[in-house]
Design a binder for this molecule. Sequence first.
Ligand SMILES: NC(=O)c1ccc[n+]([C@@H]2O[C@H](COP(=O)([O-])OP(=O)(O)OC[C@H]3O[C@@H](n4cnc5c(N)ncnc54)[C@H](O)[C@@H]3O)[C@@H](O)[C@H]2O)c1
Length: 259
Amino acid sequence: MSANVVAEEKEACQAKITNKVAIVTGSGRGIGRAIAEALLAQGARVVISDINEETCNNTAQELKDLGGGTLSCVCNVTQSESVEAMVAKVMEKWGQIDILVNNAGITRDNLYMKMTEQEWQAVIDTNLTSAFKVTKPVLKVMSKQRSGRIINIASTTGVHGNFGQVNYAAAKAGLIGFTKTVALEYASRTITANVVAPGFIDTDMTRALGEEIINKFKEKIPLKRMGTPADIAAAVLFFAGAGSYVTGQVLEVNGGLYT
Ligand SMILES: NC(=O)c1ccc[n+]([C@@H]2O[C@H](COP(=O)([O-])OP(=O)(O)OC[C@H]3O[C@@H](n4cnc5c(N)ncnc54)[C@H](O)[C@@H]3O)[C@@H](O)[C@H]2O)c1
């Protein structure tokens, strides 16, 4: 491919994202923050949204001069009222929503026989039911616009399963089914819905596992390293920009580890 073609493609992708309004849930830190930064770098206006007030406001402040700017929305994705308030705030400020990234998530790992109902429910609520709650009011806006991109952050665990993560695997697998169905129901309105399924990514979530477990995982990854939040952001950019004819897809970003 010539340098000209590459430059033209980059420009076309950027043109699709410039000035668009994107909501990224859980973007106070980690993968969500990297996604926000990548969208801003393409000229988008980005809603930094997180349950943690401090990281939410700090991140929005730190990134405010990039791209089209940021809007801080403290939001708990498990609470419908909180979600409705966020959508209303975004519409008041920018009057449109073009990209939604359902990224907020938690883990409460335990072997199935030891897992409590609280651990099960917290993970289902935050990783799956949240997408039901956030996507609905956003789809109302996108339907009127007759365009939109929804990108849900699942996990390779939702595709293949994982020891100690029966709750997380069920939630992320559910998120994949949810996305494929939204993709079918909203294609007629030119709205796409896709999944990015990260493998083992270097964030606070995985650092909590400790060095020994991290090193064991690294050994198993064909590319021999953990992914970075920027690796995930690159995949999200594809679905948000250039990938206008791709919907209902699951893209694993996992360094080649398909188990
Ligand atoms: N790190 C990995 O290896 C990995 C792998 C696969 C999938 N994922 C997924 O990627 C996403 C981001 O993970 P991360 O590693 O950046 O995690 P992280 O813990 O670093 O960040 C998650 C963010 O979500 C926010 N959050 C948690 N509960 C929330 C709620 N109820 N409402 C709003 N915000 C809330 C947190 O405050 C935090 O800022 C998650 O959905 C996670 O399941 C991560």
